[in-house]
Design a protein around this ligand. Structure first.
Ligand SMILES: Nc1ncnc2c1ncn2[C@@H]1O[C@H](COP(=O)(O)OP(=O)(O)OP(=O)(O)O)[C@@H](O)[C@H]1O
Ligand SMILES: [Mg+2]
Length: 1096
């Protein structure tokens, strides 16, 4: 056979059996063998993958390979499971069809491995988001857990699945996995208590025993102990149990099992192991019946400690049986073998229920919570067809399951396909194949099928045994071509068929089943007292109302009898078939190359046998003669309508013609396809792929068009929005401007209106005023005219000069009234009384003022005349003082109230003074007071008595009145004062031009005298009187003090502090700085009184 066919030329042998030339079984097997030897373990039959187990690791898996196969057509690359997985995944994503991958083959053919490869591919396909990765991890990690608890080593396979598994992986619309649901089918639980030679119990037992020491101690297990449920020789097998156990624990963690939960699971497993070691010893019971007791209570105690039960009670429930007969409870003892049987039943129950619980628990973790629409890809990995030396109920069930899968395969690939060609009117030569429906019927037919008879035998009253069941089988199926038993005379002498067995010729070969245990296994019942014990356990998974032994609960007496195992299995398989029928199938046909589980060996006979029973040759034949692809015209038209201009976007004619248009447009030769009644059939997958490729290209073009239109639409929408916005903006702007203009116009209008109205109003007002004036003028004129007229009229009645008389009389009258009024309201005689009555006669206003002045002068004269000469003199002095100081020196107002006294120290009465006066001839004193003389040299104030006589001014030593200085009045040339309320007096002296006076002359004198106003006034008056000169009086802030040593400056200032009571004099060089007190309150006079007195 040559490597031919272009695209497949790189391959060893022929990659697709459909292309095998010539097609014969021999060639088929040779091709398989050739490819297998070259490690090409996958070969296609159309889209079906035939996989030959290599029993060794091949480097054809992994992320790189997955990437290679991603999105590629099947024939572009060498055959691979990835291609099928990709086809299924893409078909699910693109065609929105639920998919299922059916993996079939006998035990050890590689189904489980294939299912894992599919899952890996699907996981790698989808997105890498955190959430999706978590779900994918959980889905993938469910495998190690389920394999540990559900797989075991058999003579056919070191990792044989001892349960059926169908896993639905759910995807969202993007093709990302969102969860999964696992359905499990009947676990081969008999393996828990016994295994055939060379086989092992479930992996988990060995894994647990190879686990860490602390775990074992906690579970009361020991590596060195012998466990009767485990085949001795297999405890230390080549399988890496310790490593696998670690993987299982990790997987538990990834799926979401809590540590406590895992502990409880392991406790249950350990309890099963320990229970296996419970031995019973026979003893006779009290009633003479055979009984038994537990040999070593230690094991029971350990089990009870693990499961939370009472050891004594549990031991009793293992060795006794409580039965209800006529509503009475009867307890009967069990023989040692019966007790061992009950113990095994319990172990099987615990383990199988734990397994189902595990599946449920995993489902609760991986099941999608999303309520969105989802697509599903199912992967079926069921236990393969198997023939052992000793085949029991489990093998029967397993093989029945495989029959059903073979049936579905035949139906979908051989039967329906051929029937379809006929129905569709396609020219077709029928290809024969073996239809296993006859076998399926033999097993499952209601009433007559083997399973129905088994159920009947289990349920019927009376003594039903496995033997009676076998007899019944013979009675009903004895004549069936596929059923054989020793009851049949034909096989009476067939030594290969034992008496307690029947044989069925399955699609994959003959299998002899021993009926021993069939009824029990089908009944699957547990002694009630054991269920009650388990129900009472405090173990969270097993015991209680949420546990796995609900039939042991108090309310379970009325519970309906559970359906038998056969019934359950039959209905679950029927359900599975229905499910598979509803999905698009993808097939992987696994072939086992040899029986020794070794790589590189391919046993021709074994492979040939499998090729035959799997119907692969028929499959190839149908594929070769048939069509690779068929589809309803409507669907085909819908999918490929974009490939022809006439069908795009809509075809309004008959769909068939539309499809023809498409094929014509793609230039597909007529021989490549055929028209059925309702479907189009395409021979070569390449044609289909070319259509698909063209569709993809068109989709790109369409996407571009859609994008273009969409972008156009979006831009147009944007443009329209912008246009609307522009209109809106311009509308608003215009409205704003118009309203602004309108407001301005309105204001202008109002202004104009107001001007016009004002102007009009003023015109009217003017007119009115004019009218009023005219009316007034008219009235006046009229009055005058009337008056004139009246006067003219009445003149002759009056004397001619009456007016003048009356006027003079009126004048006098008014004058009289005025004067009497003035007289009556005349003010007091006090010259300071300002009150003067008001004048009511405007014509007498001037007279009234003059009268007021005359009156004032008169009362002043009266006042003057009333005062004495002395007082007159005093007032004259005061008047003089006022002229000199008023308004110039603050002290004036203080001195004003008191009259000048002159001699303040009563010096004239002093004898000492009389002597001085006699000596100086200063007898008439005009002023005497204590004071201070200020030293010209240092500004120091020296107490001194100041005396002014009518001739001179004297400075006397106080008390002694010794004359210290005498200044003739004629020598005084001026006086200086500060403007403040102080008593500082500077006396400027005309320097003597010679004589003795010149010798004693020192300069001007500076005094501080309390009554400086009086002193100054009297000095001034006296000098004026005696010399006729008016000496200058200087009142200023600064003055000059003549001194012999040179003139000095005197600067007066008012002290800022209120506390200063006397002048402070400081001499700095030639300047006397005199700081005077702020105020002086003399004789308790108030400023107001001052005012009044001043006014007077
Ligand atoms: N593709 C493969 N590559 C390498 N080894 C494989 C492959 N397929 C199967 N094997 C080997 O064959 C063994 C048996 O395969 P697998 O467990 O898948 O068989 P099975 O068909 O599931 O059998 P059963 O029906 O008993 O469960 C695997 O443990 C593995 O060692
Ligand atoms: Mg398997």
């Amino acid at each position: 056979m040559s490597d031919q066919h272009g695209i497949l030329s790189r391959m060893v042998g022929v990659g697709d059996m459909v292309l095998l030339e010539p097609l014969s079984e021999e060639n088929f097997l040779e091709n398989l063998q050739k490819r297998f030897k070259a490690d090409h373990i996958y070969t296609y039959i159309g889209s079906v993958v035939v996989s030959v187990n290599p029993y060794k690791h091949l480097s054809i898996y992994g992320p790189d390979k997955i990437e290679e196969y991603r999105g590629r057509n099947m024939y572009e690359l060498p055959p691979h499971i990835y291609a099928v997985a990709d086809l299924a995944y893409r078909s699910m994503k693109n065609h929105n069809r639920d998919q299922c991958v059916l993996i079939t083959g006998e035990s050890g053919a590689g189904k489980t491995e294939a299912s894992k490869i599919i899952m890996q591919y699907v996981a790698a396909m989808s997105s890498k988001s955190q959430e999706v990765t978590k779900i994918k991890q959980q889905l993938l990690q469910s495998n190690p857990v389920l394999e540990a608890f559900g797989n075991a080593k058999t003579v056919r396979n070191d990792n044989s699945s001892r349960f059926g598994k169908y896993m639905d992986i759910e995807f969202d619309f993007k093709g990302d996995p969102i969860g999964g649901i696992i359905t499990n089918y009947l676990l081969e639980k008999s393996r828990v208590v016994s295994q055939s030679p060379g086989e092992r119990n479930f992996h988990v037992f060995y894994q647990l025993l190879n686990g860490p020491e602390h775990v074992l101690n906690k579970l009361k297990l020991s590596k060195n102990e012998k466990y009767s449920f485990l085949t001795e020789s297999e405890v230390s097998s080549s399988i890496d149990d310790a490593g696998n156990f670690r993987d299982v624990l990790t997987a538990f963690n990834v799926i979401g099992f809590g540590t406590e939960e895992v502990d409880h699971i392991l406790q249950a497993v350990a309890a099963v192991l320990k229970l296996g070691n419970v031995k019973f010893k026979a003893k006779s019971a009290k009633n003479g019946m055979e009984g038994c007791s537990v040999e070593d209570m230690k094991e029971i105690e350990d089990v009870c400690a693990l499961l939370g039960m009472d050891a004594e009670k549990f031991a009793t429930s293992l060795t006794q049986r409580v039965m209800t007969a006529r509503q009475e409870k009867v307890t009967c003892t069990l023989s040692a073998s019966e007790a061992a049987y009950a113990r095994d039943a319990l172990c099987k129950a615990i383990y199988s229920r734990l397994f189902s619980w595990l599946v449920k628990r995993i489902n609760s973790s991986i099941q999608s919570q999303a309520k969105t629409k989802r697509k599903v890809m199912g992967v079926l990995d069921i236990y393969g067809f198997e023939v052992f030396e000793n085949n029991s109920f489990e093998q029967f069930i397993i093989n029945y399951c495989n029959e059903k899968l073979q049936q579905i395969f035949i139906e979908l690939t051989l039967k329906e396909e051929q029937e379809e060609y006929v129905q569709e009117g396609i020219e077709w030569i029928h290809i024969d194949y073996f239809d296993n429906e006859i076998i399926c019927k033999l097993i499952e037919e209601p009433h007559t099928g083997i399973l129905s008879m088994l159920d009947e035998e289990c349920l019927r009253p009376g003594d039903a045994t496995d033997a009676t069941f076998l007899k019944k089988l013979h009675d009903n199926c004895g004549t069936h071509s596929r059923f054989e038993s020793r009851f049949n005379p034909e096989f009476l002498s067939d030594k290969s068929l034992p008496h307690d067995s029947y044989r069925i010729t399955h699609y994959a070969g003959k299998v002899t089943y021993r009926v021993d245990g069939f009824l029990d296994k089908n009944n699957d019942s547990l002694y009630r007292n054991l269920s009650v014990s388990m129900y009472g356990s405090s173990h969270t998974i097993l015991g209680g109302d949420a546990g796995l032994f609900l039939e042991g609960g108090p309310t379970s007496d009325n519970m309906k009898r559970p359906p038998t195992t056969a019934t359950q299995f039959k209905s679950s398989i029927a359900e599975l078939m229905k499910n598979l029928h509803s999905k698009n199938p993808n097939y992987i046909r696994c072939i086992k190359p040899n029986a020794v589980k070794r790589s590189g060996i391919i046993t021709q006979d074994l492979v040939q046998h499998q090729v035959r029973y799997l119907g692969l040759m028929e499959n190839v034949r149908v594929k070769r003669a048939g069509y690779a692809f068929r589809q309803k015209y409507e669907d085909c038209l819908e999918r490929y309508k974009m490939l022809s201009k006439t069908t795009w976007p809509n075809w309004h004619g008959v769909p068939k013609k539309g499809v023809a248009e498409i094929l014509k447009a793609r230039d597909i030769p007529d021989k490549e396809y055929a028209f059925g009644h309702t479907k189009i059939f395409i021979i070569n997958p390449k044609t289909l792929f070319s259509l698909e490729d063209a569709r993809q290209d068109s989709l790109h073009d369409l996407a571009t068009i859609i994008q273009r239109i969409w972008r156009g639409y979006v831009q147009r929408q944007r443009f329209l929005t912008m246009k609307r916005a522009a209109i809106m903006i311009s509308k608003n702007v215009r409205s704003y401007l118009a309203s602004k203009k309108y407001k301005m116009l309105r204001v202008a209008t109002i202004v104009m209106q107001s001007y016009i109205r004002g102007w009009k109003a003023r015109c009217i007002l003017r007119a009115h005023k004019e009218l009023k004036r005219r009316i007034f003028a008219v009235t006046v004129i009229a009055a005058h005219w009337r008056g004139c007229a009246d006067r003219k009229k009445y003149r002759r009645y009056f004397r001619a000069n009456a007016g003048g008389v009356i006027a003079r009389f009126m004048e006098k009258l008014h004058l009289y009234l005025y004067l009497t009024k003035v007289r009556d309201n005349a003010p007091s005689k006090s010259p300071i009384d300002k009150v003067w009555p008001k004048c009511r006669y405007p014509c007498l206003e001037e007279t009234h003022r003059q009268l007021e002045a005359v009156h004032h002068r008169w009362r002043c004269m009266v006042y003057r005349k009333s005062i004495s000469k002395e007082r007159q003199g005093q007032l004259e002095e005061k008047l003089e003082a006022s002229e000199l100081f008023k308004g110039k020196k603050s002290l004036y107002w203080i001195s004003l109230p008191a009259m000048f006294k002159g001699d303040y120290i009563s010096i004239q009465r002093q004898e000492k003074w009389a002597k001085v006066a006699a000596a100086t001839d200063d007898k008439t004193i005009i002023f005497a007071d204590e004071g201070f003389k200020i030293n010209r040299a240092d500004g120091k104030a020296v107490s001194s008595t100041v005396v002014v006589s009518d001739k001179a001014m004297l400075l006397l030593q106080p008390e002694t009145y010794k004359v210290k200085y005498r200044l003739p009045l004629s020598d005084i040339k001026g006086l200086s004062y500060s403007p403040y309320a102080d008593g500082m007096t500077l006396i400027h002296i005309t320097p003597p031009t010679g004589g003795p006076a010149a010798k004693t002359y020192k300069g001007d004198v500076m005094l501080n005298v309390a009554h400086s106003i009086e002193c100054g006034t009297r000095l001034y008056r006296k000098i004026k009187q005696t010399t006729g000169k008016e000496i200058p009086m200087k009142i200023a802030k600064g003055s000059t003090l003549a001194s012999k040593g040179g003139d000095c400056t005197v600067e007066f200032s008012e002290s800022a502090s209120e506390d200063v009571v006397s002048p402070v004099i400081k001499k700095v060089k030639k300047t006397f700085a005199v700081s005077v007190p702020k105020k002086q309150v003399p004789n308790g006079a108030t400023p107001q009184q001052n005012g009044e007195t001043a006014a007077a």
